[in-house]
Design a protein around this ligand. Sequence first.
Ligand code: GUN
Length: 288
Amino acid sequence: MSAQIIDGKAFAANLKQDIAKQVAILKEKHNITPGLAVVIVGEDPASQIYVRNKNKSTVEAGMNSFEHVLPEDTSEADLLALVEQLNNDPAINGILVQLPLPKHINESAVIDAINPAKDVDGFHVINSGLLATGGDAIVPCTPLGCLLMLRDRLGDMSGLDAVVVGRSNIVGKPMAQLLLNENCTVTIAHSRTRDLPGVVGRADIVVAAVGRAELVKGDWIKQGATVIDVGINRIATDDGKSRIVGDVEFAAAAERAGAITPVPGGVGPMTIACLLKNTVTATCRQAG
Ligand code: GUN
């Protein structure tokens, strides 16, 4: 293995320390304690784990965490009413509605009901529009975490060829926008892309966010490329158990890449650290 392993866990731990210091200053100098509300509807086990981790990290950073656990059969009207209540609550600086929502609830209606200034996920159309037009957006947490690790590894990314595999609103599209803002030449690849190995093979930066276990093969990777793996996929193993793998074939990719994030321990921890960062940013902006 020749690649440097990008330690997202250590990176996130440093970032969380910085955030805790900023929170302490906000408390001491301005008498403000940032408050984050997390709303979860239903009992999706993965979502429950995420929400538990988010609450724990929020409290560890010195912020107030408000958890709203609603039953699976909550109506869209009731969820919108809760969002409106949180929008109007001065103790709440950030609102996160955990996705996916149950099928009977219109996700975009709920996201767009959140006050964009409190939208710490950065999913509101105002924030995606600001990101696309170079404004002061709140940037979605996972792509923001990827960007911070890329900047740390590469510094100036001007002129580099970057490929984002995946075109979701949560990761792929905002990631492409962030790389464009860094002056990369950006390609967004997806399930209909004709020559995925060729497209990936030309890239200095590969961000894989498709949610398909080991879709990106190690021998596609250009020598020395930086590889960021957003995937978290559980696969069955021969002994009847299971393990977590990313969207990239890690061991083979690490033979060719200059640097690569592992799964787990790469992008995952950065997402929560960036949620805390966005909550502090939102709090400061709201305070003027
Ligand atoms: N579900 C999976 N990832 C996320 C995320 O980053 N934000 C929200 N709100 N829901 C998610």
